[in-house]
Design a protein around this ligand. Structure first.
Ligand code: ADP
Ligand code: PMV
Ligand code: MG
Length: 387
């Protein structure tokens, strides 16, 4: 009896960080996924532990259910159908469990992901023994939303085997949920994101759950239908960073310079709305597409300038911007910044040889490039071993 769930990463086309402060942002799912499989042991397995295997970082953890009952006794009988936030007291108890794992300094960033796992698992399934395996096609901690993809895939797998969803176990292959079940997954995933990011806007878990392209503002999503081909080069600077710290840094700057930062966030809001309008407006011919691409490129550059004002750019990001500018291509960071991934708009009529040259030059500088499919599927699940 096993369920497998997958959830995509994302790119933010406009509005990261400002979206935390109430501005509009535009995001799209990408075709790189995080997978979570969940299996409950049979009585013959004689297994009385909750096990978590994180394949990407080659780590495995095991908590005897007796220990979970002792440390998190109040989580035994929570309702999967009503997502709730982790209390301060429970967060402390979970932190203590994670501290006992003695993670190496280089892997300390994983602690928040493991805490999110423990919170989501015990909230939905109490102290039941299980084996959970996680693996991802996304680079972790690089701005492509691996934290949200993890929380969405985890919530989907946990809910799929809970009593609160009625699902067709006999369905072969990947299937998605109805809108109200997707909503429930999204709400639980947001609670997980809170444990990882501190103060997430909810855009990453929402686009990972529902897929496609979305406009997002103050917790509300509007689906966007693209009316133009959109090709982005994603460059991973491979500079590690931490979303929680970057989000907190922007809030601190906003507290120091309230008036200026309010204007910055307002400008970003206008940029995001204009980006969404351009993407959705109908196109008649190649000339119209070129015009739209030029406007999008300009808006990306403006957004990047404002992200720099927020203090989340980085030398490595500036190097990518300078390199792509030589080819007259527009670039902005995506996600939390401070390193991580950068987006470059690839116009439809741009020659393949130019794209190859840009990629070669970026990779010579030690960066890693990929062209991801944009606006695809959201979260899905698949059952195996049911008869
Ligand atoms: N596949 C995974 N395995 C283990 N931890 C993960 C995985 N995906 C995400 N995480 C958790 O999410 C954190 C990265 O989240 P974050 O800093 O928000 O960057 P991003 O969401 O852009 O990848 C990791 O440090 C880890 O705690
Ligand atoms: C910076 C922010 O806008 C996006 C963070 O994305 P990521 O974790 O860097 O993939 C934060 C948020 O919206 O929750
Ligand atoms: Mg994240």
């Amino acid at each position: 009896m096993e369920v497998r769930a997958r959830a995509p990463g994302k790119i933010i086309l406009a509005g990261e960080h400002a979206v935390v402060h109430g501005s509009t942002a535009v995001a799209a799912a990408i075709d790189l996924y995080t997978y979570v499989s969940l299996r409950f042991p049979t009585p013959e397995d004689n297994d009385d532990a909750l096990k978590l295997q994180l394949k990407d970082v080659d780590l495995e953890f095991s908590w005897p259910v007796g220990k979970l009952k002792e440390v998190l006794p109040e989580l035994g009988g929570k309702s999967a159908s009503s997502p709730s936030s982790c209390s301060l007291e429970t967060a402390k108890a979970i932190d203590a469990l994670v501290e006992e794992l003695n993670l190496a300094d280089a892997k300390i960033g994983l602690a928040s992901g493991i805490s999110a796992f423990l919170w989501l698992y015990t909230s939905i399934h109490g102290n039941k023994p299980a084996k959970v395996v996680v693996n991802s096609e996304l680079p972790l901690g690089s701005g492509l939303g691996s934290s949200a993809a993890l929380c969405v895939a985890l919530s989907a797998a946990l809910l799929a085997l809970s009593d609160s969803l009625k699902l067709d176990f006999s369905h072969q292959g990947w299937q998605t949920f109805g809108d109200s079940e997707l909503d429930l997954v999204n709400k639980w995933a947001f609670e997980g994101e809170k444990m990882i990011h501190g103060r997430p806007s909810g855009i990453d878990n929402t686009v990972s759950t529902f897929g496609n392209m979305i406009k997002f503002r103050s917790g509300e999503l509007t689906r966007i239908k693209t009316n133009m081909p959109l090709k982005m080069l994603v460059t991973n600077t491979k500079v590690g960073r931490n979303t929680r710290a970057l989000v907190a840094g922007v809030s601190e700057r906003a507290a120091r310079h309230g008036g200026a930062m309010t204007s910055v966030f307002k400008a970003v809001d206008s940029i995001s709305n204009e980006v969404a309008a351009i993407i959705q407006s109908p196109v008649s011919d190649d000339l119209a597409i070129t015009e739209k691409e030029e406007k999008l490129g300009e808006l990306m550059e403006m957004n990047q300038g404002l992200l720099q004002c927020m203090g989340v750019s980085h030398g490595s990001i500036e190097t990518v911007i300078k390199t792509t500018l030589k080819y007259k291509l527009a670039t902005k960071l995506t996600g939390a910044g401070g390193g991580g991934c950068v987006l470059t708009l690839l116009p439809t009529l741009l020659a393949g040889t130019v794209v190859d040259k840009v990629i070669a030059e970026l990779e010579e500088s030690g960066f890693q490039c990929l062209i991801a499919g944009i606006g695809g599927r959201g979260m899905e699940i698949s059952f195996s071993g049911f008869s």
